[in-house]
Design a protein around this ligand. Structure first.
Ligand code: ADP
Length: 151
Protein backbone atom coordinates (compact mmCIF):
# COMPACT_ATOMS: atom_id res chain seq x y z
CA UNK A 1 0.00 0.00 0.00
CA UNK A 2 1.28 3.44 -0.95
CA UNK A 3 0.71 5.85 1.88
CA UNK A 4 2.04 9.41 1.67
CA UNK A 5 2.37 12.08 4.30
CA UNK A 6 1.92 15.68 3.12
CA UNK A 7 3.42 17.75 5.93
CA UNK A 8 3.19 21.51 6.27
CA UNK A 9 2.08 24.49 8.30
CA UNK A 10 -1.03 25.12 6.19
CA UNK A 11 -1.45 28.61 7.69
CA UNK A 12 -3.82 28.56 5.84
CA UNK A 13 -4.23 25.78 3.23
CA UNK A 14 -4.13 27.40 -0.24
CA UNK A 15 -5.14 26.42 -3.76
CA UNK A 16 -1.43 25.66 -4.31
CA UNK A 17 -1.58 22.94 -1.63
CA UNK A 18 -4.94 21.73 -3.00
CA UNK A 19 -3.45 21.41 -6.49
CA UNK A 20 -0.55 19.26 -5.20
CA UNK A 21 -2.87 17.08 -3.09
CA UNK A 22 -5.41 16.54 -5.88
CA UNK A 23 -2.72 15.62 -8.40
CA UNK A 24 -1.11 13.22 -5.90
CA UNK A 25 -4.38 11.38 -5.22
CA UNK A 26 -4.09 8.96 -8.19
CA UNK A 27 -0.48 8.16 -7.20
CA UNK A 28 -1.21 6.96 -3.64
CA UNK A 29 -3.71 4.71 -1.87
CA UNK A 30 -3.88 7.09 1.05
CA UNK A 31 -2.65 10.62 1.77
CA UNK A 32 -2.32 11.93 5.30
CA UNK A 33 -2.22 15.72 5.43
CA UNK A 34 -0.23 16.48 8.56
CA UNK A 35 -0.03 19.86 10.25
CA UNK A 36 3.33 20.13 11.96
CA UNK A 37 3.28 21.82 15.36
CA UNK A 38 6.31 24.07 15.80
CA UNK A 39 6.30 25.99 19.08
CA UNK A 40 8.86 28.51 17.69
CA UNK A 41 6.48 29.68 14.96
CA UNK A 42 3.76 32.31 15.29
CA UNK A 43 0.74 31.23 13.33
CA UNK A 44 -2.09 33.47 12.09
CA UNK A 45 -4.68 30.70 12.36
CA UNK A 46 -4.98 28.41 15.37
CA UNK A 47 -4.28 24.71 15.01
CA UNK A 48 -8.02 24.02 15.33
CA UNK A 49 -8.83 26.50 12.54
CA UNK A 50 -6.15 25.10 10.22
CA UNK A 51 -7.38 21.58 10.90
CA UNK A 52 -10.98 22.54 10.16
CA UNK A 53 -10.11 24.31 6.89
CA UNK A 54 -8.50 21.09 5.64
CA UNK A 55 -11.00 18.56 7.01
CA UNK A 56 -13.94 20.57 5.64
CA UNK A 57 -12.32 20.74 2.23
CA UNK A 58 -11.72 16.97 2.06
CA UNK A 59 -14.74 15.63 3.94
CA UNK A 60 -15.91 13.71 0.84
CA UNK A 61 -12.49 12.27 -0.07
CA UNK A 62 -12.05 8.84 1.59
CA UNK A 63 -8.36 8.57 0.62
CA UNK A 64 -7.45 11.63 2.69
CA UNK A 65 -7.10 11.95 6.45
CA UNK A 66 -5.87 14.97 8.38
CA UNK A 67 -3.63 14.80 11.46
CA UNK A 68 -1.37 16.98 13.57
CA UNK A 69 2.10 16.05 14.77
CA UNK A 70 5.18 17.37 16.51
CA UNK A 71 8.74 16.12 16.35
CA UNK A 72 10.54 14.72 13.33
CA UNK A 73 8.45 14.18 10.21
CA UNK A 74 10.14 10.81 9.57
CA UNK A 75 9.24 9.64 13.09
CA UNK A 76 5.63 10.53 12.43
CA UNK A 77 5.81 8.65 9.10
CA UNK A 78 7.01 5.53 10.95
CA UNK A 79 4.29 5.93 13.55
CA UNK A 80 1.50 5.95 10.97
CA UNK A 81 3.23 3.60 8.49
CA UNK A 82 3.62 6.16 5.71
CA UNK A 83 6.35 5.24 3.22
CA UNK A 84 6.44 8.50 1.26
CA UNK A 85 6.63 12.20 2.03
CA UNK A 86 4.88 14.43 -0.50
CA UNK A 87 6.11 17.99 -1.14
CA UNK A 88 5.46 20.69 -3.74
CA UNK A 89 8.11 22.66 -5.60
CA UNK A 90 7.49 26.21 -6.78
CA UNK A 91 10.90 27.67 -7.53
CA UNK A 92 14.67 27.22 -7.09
CA UNK A 93 14.49 28.38 -3.46
CA UNK A 94 11.98 25.62 -2.70
CA UNK A 95 14.24 23.14 -4.48
CA UNK A 96 17.37 23.99 -2.46
CA UNK A 97 15.47 23.95 0.82
CA UNK A 98 13.58 20.74 0.05
CA UNK A 99 16.68 18.97 -1.29
CA UNK A 100 18.53 19.35 2.02
CA UNK A 101 15.53 18.17 4.03
CA UNK A 102 14.81 15.20 1.73
CA UNK A 103 18.47 14.10 1.76
CA UNK A 104 18.62 14.42 5.54
CA UNK A 105 15.45 12.35 5.83
CA UNK A 106 16.97 9.71 3.51
CA UNK A 107 20.04 9.51 5.73
CA UNK A 108 17.88 9.02 8.77
CA UNK A 109 15.30 6.66 7.27
CA UNK A 110 14.18 4.77 4.15
CA UNK A 111 11.40 7.22 3.46
CA UNK A 112 11.37 8.64 -0.07
CA UNK A 113 10.23 12.19 -0.71
CA UNK A 114 8.11 12.59 -3.83
CA UNK A 115 7.99 16.07 -5.37
CA UNK A 116 5.29 17.43 -7.61
CA UNK A 117 5.98 20.57 -9.59
CA UNK A 118 3.53 23.37 -8.98
CA UNK A 119 0.93 24.07 -11.67
CA UNK A 120 1.41 27.21 -13.76
CA UNK A 121 -1.76 28.82 -12.42
CA UNK A 122 -1.01 28.26 -8.71
CA UNK A 123 2.78 28.57 -8.63
CA UNK A 124 2.70 32.14 -7.27
CA UNK A 125 0.47 31.28 -4.29
CA UNK A 126 2.02 31.15 -0.83
CA UNK A 127 0.41 31.02 2.60
CA UNK A 128 2.44 34.06 3.71
CA UNK A 129 1.13 36.30 0.91
CA UNK A 130 -2.39 34.98 1.49
CA UNK A 131 -2.10 35.89 5.19
CA UNK A 132 -1.12 39.40 4.18
CA UNK A 133 -4.11 39.70 1.85
CA UNK A 134 -6.50 38.47 4.58
CA UNK A 135 -4.95 40.65 7.32
CA UNK A 136 -5.42 43.72 5.15
CA UNK A 137 -9.01 42.97 4.20
CA UNK A 138 -8.27 41.85 0.63
CA UNK A 139 -10.25 39.27 -1.32
CA UNK A 140 -8.59 35.84 -0.95
CA UNK A 141 -11.14 34.04 -3.16
CA UNK A 142 -8.67 33.13 -5.89
CA UNK A 143 -6.03 31.82 -3.50
CA UNK A 144 -7.69 29.56 -0.92
CA UNK A 145 -10.40 26.85 -0.93
CA UNK A 146 -13.95 27.83 0.11
CA UNK A 147 -13.49 26.24 3.56
CA UNK A 148 -11.03 29.01 4.49
CA UNK A 149 -13.34 31.79 3.31
CA UNK A 150 -16.49 30.61 5.10
CA UNK A 151 -14.96 29.59 8.43
P1 ADP B 1 6.08 24.46 5.33
O1 ADP B 1 6.05 25.39 6.51
O2 ADP B 1 6.46 23.05 5.68
O3 ADP B 1 6.83 24.96 4.12
P2 ADP B 1 3.68 25.03 3.85
O4 ADP B 1 2.29 24.87 4.36
O5 ADP B 1 4.13 26.41 3.53
O6 ADP B 1 4.57 24.34 4.95
O7 ADP B 1 3.92 24.14 2.55
C1 ADP B 1 3.72 22.75 2.54
C2 ADP B 1 4.14 22.18 1.19
O8 ADP B 1 3.33 22.73 0.17
C3 ADP B 1 5.58 22.52 0.78
O9 ADP B 1 6.13 21.41 0.11
C4 ADP B 1 5.42 23.67 -0.18
O10 ADP B 1 6.49 23.75 -1.12
C5 ADP B 1 4.13 23.25 -0.87
N1 ADP B 1 3.46 24.40 -1.49
C6 ADP B 1 3.03 25.53 -0.90
N2 ADP B 1 2.46 26.37 -1.79
C7 ADP B 1 2.54 25.74 -2.98
C8 ADP B 1 2.14 26.09 -4.34
N3 ADP B 1 1.57 27.25 -4.63
N4 ADP B 1 2.39 25.18 -5.32
C9 ADP B 1 3.00 24.00 -5.02
N5 ADP B 1 3.41 23.62 -3.80
C10 ADP B 1 3.17 24.47 -2.80
Amino acid sequence: MRKALFPGSFDPITLGHVDIINRALPLFDEIVIAIGINSDKNYMFSLEERLKFITDNYKNEPKITVKTYSGLTIDFCSKIDANFILRGLRNPADFEFEKAIAQTNRKLSKIETVFLLTSADTSFISSSIVRDVIKNGGDATGFVPKSVLIN
